[in-house]
Design a protein around this ligand. Structure first.
Ligand code: ZN
Length: 569
């Protein structure tokens, strides 16, 4: 390809709309342009990167026996009503009507469509397992689209769905996909960490997110400094602690203290001169509409996902002021476990607090020297607190470290959630109608490209790995007007192209500085520079973008050297 013909409008200045490096560089290198908020046009070089990532995905998924399909973007509302997600999905779903008033969505995901397809086609256990995937645009009307391809409203995603007779069969495909994902991201030049993630409020389904640790990431990941444990922070497990029974002789006498204007942990801590770890926070929730109390230590935060899992409830929300008053007899900020008539659930760490400070269930008062079992009882202990960096590892004696992560993929055991709600069954060997056991597996294709840039750039621009670079090599004659240089450039360009290498010839009549700047900005992994002096010596200069290493190589050897470098990569 000739540089003079590539539509790649590079920018010298960083556009104001771009906050993070990958977004800035994709705009500056002419890979991408914004059409509307969170909606982008991919220009030729950007699209080549996307297509290469897609190709790697196809190769690895085909290798584990999955088959490519293409499902509709426009999806009938009826299917979404069957699973109850037409309403549950909320304002993130783009909805539209056809000329007859029939409702549709622009697919934010495809569980409904694919399950409905399979339920009318696959009837026997003999046809299982079955795994299908597609690479296609998805639509989510994000409340805050940002960071270019990181969080768009229209984005390219690979989604795969698998159908099984039972859990064991799903387990096999789940781990096949997991290992395929490791290979896909590694081939894209990305180091990922598979972290345990939350699978939603109900059930104990397994799910892993593939995270690229990078400052631009929107997720918080906790990982162990000495073993392989890693989890999304909202899911990370806490370590059970138990103080045993508190000896009676250590318990001080229960006392009521006036605490006017002190209702937050910081205020109480200061007012009563106690550490926040000596205070017990009492939170009143409505679980499926019924009030319950949850206790965490004052220096800890509650994790509502964990609480909801423990309670096995469909809905969980903080109680309103009126409920809090009805339950505690006091306004917000003075709830405590002593004398409460509703079920009390507590984080493990509560059992370690001796002579605690709690709300008195009375406006402007707290109780001091409150002790478990003597003064209040707990219905159930569990891991309810938000795990944080610095906490002990739940698997070994190491410590958890926090990092930002970009989620590039997820593998997920759905179980029978969709097959049951869509009544998708097959006939088992014994003739029994059985719901399919399902898995689903996503990769953000554009986000993967963005994550590569976040991990691989310098002050001059993008540094693409050879595997997904828009082109592998650029040939840059210092002056196209110099006939010797131009001829040598055309010759090496043709030679490389004939060898199957993806090569661009910068044939523009520009100053060498401009050409080098563009080459570095776009991020061609290899650059061959042709100047008069090196030509006289029978050499060309090969520049490695990543290391900026410059090699003088005899003209007759250079194609071989390029081939060798590509092969090594
Ligand atoms: Zn560990």
């Amino acid at each position: 390809m000739l540089m003079s013909q590539i539509y790649s409008p590079t920018l010298r200045e960083t556009p104001a709309e771009a906050e993070i490096v990958s977004h800035q560089l994709m705009l500056r290198a002419g890979l991408l342009r914004r059409s509307a908020t969170g909606i982008y046009s991919y220009l030729p070089l950007g699209l080549r990167v996307i297509r290469k990532i897609e190709q790697i995905i196809r190769e690895e998924l085909n290798a584990i026996g999955s088959q490519e399909v293409l499902l509709p973007i426009v999806q009938p509302a009826e299917l979404w009503h069957e699973t109850g997600r037409w309403d549950d999905y909320g304002p993130e779903m783009f909805k539209l009507k056809d000329r007859n008033g029939r409702q549709f969505s622009l697919g934010p995901t495809h569980e409904e469509i694919i399950t409905a397809l399979i339920r009318s086609e696959v009837r026997s256990y003999r046809q299982l397992p079955l795994s299908l995937y597609q690479i296609q645009n998805k639509y989510r009307d994000e409340i805050r689209p940002r960071f270019g391809l990181m969080r768009g409203r229209e984005f390219i995603m690979k989604d795969m769905y698998s159908f099984h007779r039972n859990e064991e069969d799903l387990d096999k495909t789940y781990w096949d996909a997991y290992h395929a994902y490791e290979r896909i991201f590694s081939r894209c030049g990305l180091e990922t960490r598979a972290v345990e993630a939350d699978s939603g409020a109900i059930g104990g389904d397994v799910t892993h997110e593939f995270m690229v640790l990078a400052d631009a990431g929107e997720d918080l990941v906790l990982y162990c400094d000495s073993c392989s444990y890693a989890a999304n922070a909202e899911r990370a497990e806490g370590v059970p602690v138990d103080n045993g029974n508190i000896p009676e002789n250590k318990m001080n006498k229960l006392a009521e203290e006036a605490t006017p204007q002190a209702s937050t942990i910081d205020q109480i801590s200061e007012f009563l001169n106690v550490k926040s770890s000596e205070i017990i926070k009492t939170l009143i929730y409505l679980a499926d509409g019924k009030p319950i109390a949850a206790l965490v230590r004052g220096d800890h935060n509650i994790n509502e996902i964990k609480l909801q899992k423990m309670l096995r409830c469909e809905s969980l929300e903080l109680a309103d002021d009126e409920t809090i008053f009805n339950v505690t007899g006091a306004r917000v900020g003075f709830a405590g476990p002593v004398g409460l008539k509703i079920p009390i659930y507590a984080d493990y760490a509560i059992s370690t607090v001796i002579n605690a400070v709690v709300g008195a269930n009375k406006d402007d008062y707290h109780l001091c020297n409150v002790n478990l079992n003597r003064d209040f009882e707990v219905a159930k202990f569990g891991d309810l607190r938000a795990t944080e960096a610095g906490d002990p590892c739940p698997r070994c004696s190491g410590t958890l470290v926090g990092a930002r992560g970009i989620e590039v993929g997820q593998v997920f055991k759905l179980g029978t959630k969709y097959s049951r709600s869509l009544n998708a069954t097959f006939l088992e060997e014994n003739g029994k109608e059985t719901p399919f056991v399902m898995g689903c597996y996503g990769i953000g294709v554009g986000r993967t490209a963005a994550a590569v840039i976040e991990k691989s750039y310098d002050e001059d621009g993008i540094i693409w790995p050879l595997s997904i670079a828009p082109y592998q090599v650029i040939v840059v004659p210092v002056s196209m007007k110099d006939e010797k240089q131009a001829e040598a450039a055309r010759n090496i360009y043709k030679e490389l192209e004939a060898a199957g290498i993806e090569v661009v010839l910068d044939d523009r009549d520009e100053r060498p500085g401009v050409k080098f700047k563009d080459a570095d900005l776009i991020g061609f992994p290899l650059r061959i520079t042709i100047g008069s002096k090196s030509l006289e010596k029978g050499e060309m200069e090969l520049v490695i973008r990543k290391t900026k290493e410059k090699l003088s190589i005899p003209i007759e050897d250079i194609a071989q050297k390029v081939l060798q470098l590509i092969k090594e990569a």
